[in-house]
Write a protein that binds this ligand. Sequence first.
Ligand SMILES: *Cc1c(COP(=O)(O)O)cnc(C)c1O
Length: 218
Amino acid sequence: MNISENVIKIIQELPPGVRLLAATKSRTVEEILEAINAGVDLIGENYVQEALQKYEKIGNKVEWHFIGHLQKNKVKKALQIFDVIETVDNVELAKEIDKRAKNMEKIAFVMIEINSAREPQKAGVMPEYALDLADEIYSLEHLRLMGVMTMGPVVDEPEEIRPYFRNTKEIFDELRYIYGDEQIKYLSMGMTNTWRVAVEEGTNIVRIGTGIFGPRKY
Ligand SMILES: *Cc1c(COP(=O)(O)O)cnc(C)c1O
């Protein structure tokens, strides 16, 4: 199986309204372009510096989402590339993004990352604080909240991740109720081994790396 075939197969299997995000960390520009030629229009990168190098060659013919851990000192550069930052999980980071966006005279589109399995060492806001963080983000003039994302725990069986996806979907629905579905558009969950479960639980972005490009280095 090659990259094009993998992309075409996944896109065929996705229900209408569910977007494929190609998770492209550690992949070359050539590999990414092959995926784009096969129909990928949304890519996700974890590291700002790595993304900058690729962005120079690929440009904005696709949508770029940031899906890694964002350090405050990388916010300015991140805003030059990324259409959406999916991983805001604390107020300090939200405020820094707001400040930088203001300086750049733009609006930053962000999502809240939820630590859906409440794992101590993992990124993401604890589920019970997600609405508070949304409230803070809403009060910042240069931020627009677009939805929520979660990683969920590493599992042996895809089925084991279902409760965490379900919980994240509930938070997504609450945010839609509060802020409206014009504003809250995206629910991003599901990776190579778990995206089918995520689709059943109502996601509308699946983030797939290995399933497109093969085993990854990091
Ligand atoms: C790497 C990565 C993915 C894709 O993982 P695969 O198992 O390779 O499909 C999805 N989301 C995030 C945040 C990632 O870092």
